[in-house]
Design a protein around this ligand. Structure first.
Ligand SMILES: [Cu+2]
Length: 143
């Protein structure tokens, strides 16, 4: 439970790295505006509390993270600038919640669940100013 080791012997699934996508058109159910960057952070369906995402890559500017929770357990999503402030969603047991942060180049950000951070429910946000137009993929809300 040190929280800094690389051990994966707790049964929680390994989170993946995702690149934020851009909103190209308004979508109901998404709290983001056209031109902004969006990434989904689903809660894993596992015995141990976990997100399925461990790292988000996004350019500087507004990033919208969508917490997807259908686990039946309470979770939330907090974005924290390392050494700075944080912003969080309410705790939800089912459904989705959105959070927006304005990412600055050169700063470090983490995201985590306020209840289960010690259990490994956390990840990092990498601000990459080199993300180019070729990297843009349209965000599409999942059914
Ligand atoms: Cu949690």
């Amino acid at each position: 439970m040190a929280g800094c080791g690389g051990g994966d012997d707790d049964g929680a699934p390994e989170g993946k790295t995702v690149t934020a996508k851009v909103m190209t058109k308004l979508q109901s159910g998404v709290r983001a505006q056209v031109g902004q960057w969006v990434a989904d952070i689903p809660v894993a369906h596992s015995e141990e509390p976990a997100f399925t995402v461990a790292e988000v890559i996004a350019p500087p500017g507004n990033l919208n993270l969508g917490l997807w929770n259908s686990s039946g357990e309470q979770h939330n999503l907090t974005i924290e600038e390392v050494g700075g402030g944080s912003i969080d969603t309410p705790f939800i047991r089912d459904g989705k919640a959105w959070i927006r942060s304005s990412l600055l180049e050169g700063k470090k950000y983490v995201f985590y669940c306020g209840l289960h951070r010690k259990e490994g429910m956390e990840g990092t946000i990498v601000v990459d100013p080199k993300l180019s137009a070729e990297d843009l993929k349209p965000y599409q809300l999942k059914g």
